[in-house]
Design a protein around this ligand. Structure first.
Ligand code: B12
Length: 210
């Protein structure tokens, strides 16, 4: 029987097949993709993160749980992302240099696409120059950066410095997110907005590109 508890359990076990089965069954039971992400996938990864901090699990376990989550998200993505629409605006998104965490960023991308924005996802470990080159080439309105490790927050500042040098400050809006970031940090580096989750990313994108 599918439940959020069971989904969380199989993600923690790193069981790809059962993760996909649970997601399908929860959808069949009428649960929304957003709720499955929030109450199943994100919760499970939070528990894995806590166990890692407390030395109860190690990187290989964290990795298989992350992969299982991605398997679940594969099923949910087509349900969140609409096709055949005229994009509301263009957003360049990536996890900053030095940081390989991309699950949260991928959820942000899915939600933004689902809300009608065109998202150019540069992946993870993105250097400031890559962000700048793409912003210029694509004439995007928003730059969205993600980071999960405290020590990679400096890459956000470096990217803001590079934006300044490229004369793009004021021409594009900047959103940042990821657990180590704060509103104060956003203000300090000159970003326009810090969001705590994918919903805030969407709400803010709507405000920044009216
Ligand atoms: C899965 C995971 C991994 C996987 C990543 C796989 C992948 N493809 O992403 C692997 C195993 C590879 C990994 C590696 C490491 N990890 Co790791 N990892 C995690 C874990 C368990 C979950 C992260 C996650 O996906 N969360 C779920 C997503 C959905 O949440 P999220 O990213 O926060 O995103 C949401 C919001 O933040 C927001 N958001 C995110 N981005 C953006 C952007 C914008 C613009 C906006 C508005 C919003 C927004 O919206 C998202 C959706 O709602 C966390 C623990 C945790 N609880 O976070 C540790 C954690 C992040 N990892 C940690 C560490 C230390 C590492 C390693 C350095 C370990 C090591 N010694 O090698 C390496 C780093 C490698 C590198 N250079 O990046 C630490 C970081 C500590 C710190 N603050 O510095 C954590 C917190 C674990 C811990 N408790 O110590 N990790």
């Amino acid at each position: 029987m599918a439940s959020y508890e069971e989904l969380m359990r199989v993600i923690q076990e790193g069981n790809f097949v059962e993760t996909q089965n649970q997601v399908r069954e929860l959808l069949d039971k009428g649960k929304s993709p957003n709720e499955i992400i929030q109450k199943g996938i994100i919760e499970a990864l939070d528990i894995v993160g806590k166990k890692f901090s407390e030395g109860e699990c190690y990187i290989p376990e964290m990795l298989v749980s992350a992969k299982a989550s991605q398997k679940g998200l594969e099923i949910l993505k087509p349900l969140l992302v609409k096709s055949g629409f005229k994009p509301k605006g263009k957003i360049i998104l990536g996890t900053v240099k030095g940081d390989l965490h991309d699950i949260g960023k991928n959820i942000v991308a899915m939600m933004l696409e689902g809300a009608g924005f065109e998202v150019i996802d540069l992946g993870c470990d993105v250097a400031p120059e890559k962000f700048i080159d793409t912003l210029k080439a694509e004439k995007a309105q928003i730059l969205a950066m993600s980071c999960l490790i405290t020590t990679t927050m400096i890459s956000m500042k470096n990217t803001m410095d590079a934006l300044k040098e490229a004369g793009l400050i004021g021409k594009i809006k900047v959103m940042i997110g990821g657990p180590p970031t704060t509103e104060e940090f956003a203000r300090k580096i000159g970003a326009d907005f810090r969001g705590k989750d994918a919903y805030e990313a969407v709400e803010q994108a709507k405000r920044l590109i009216p």
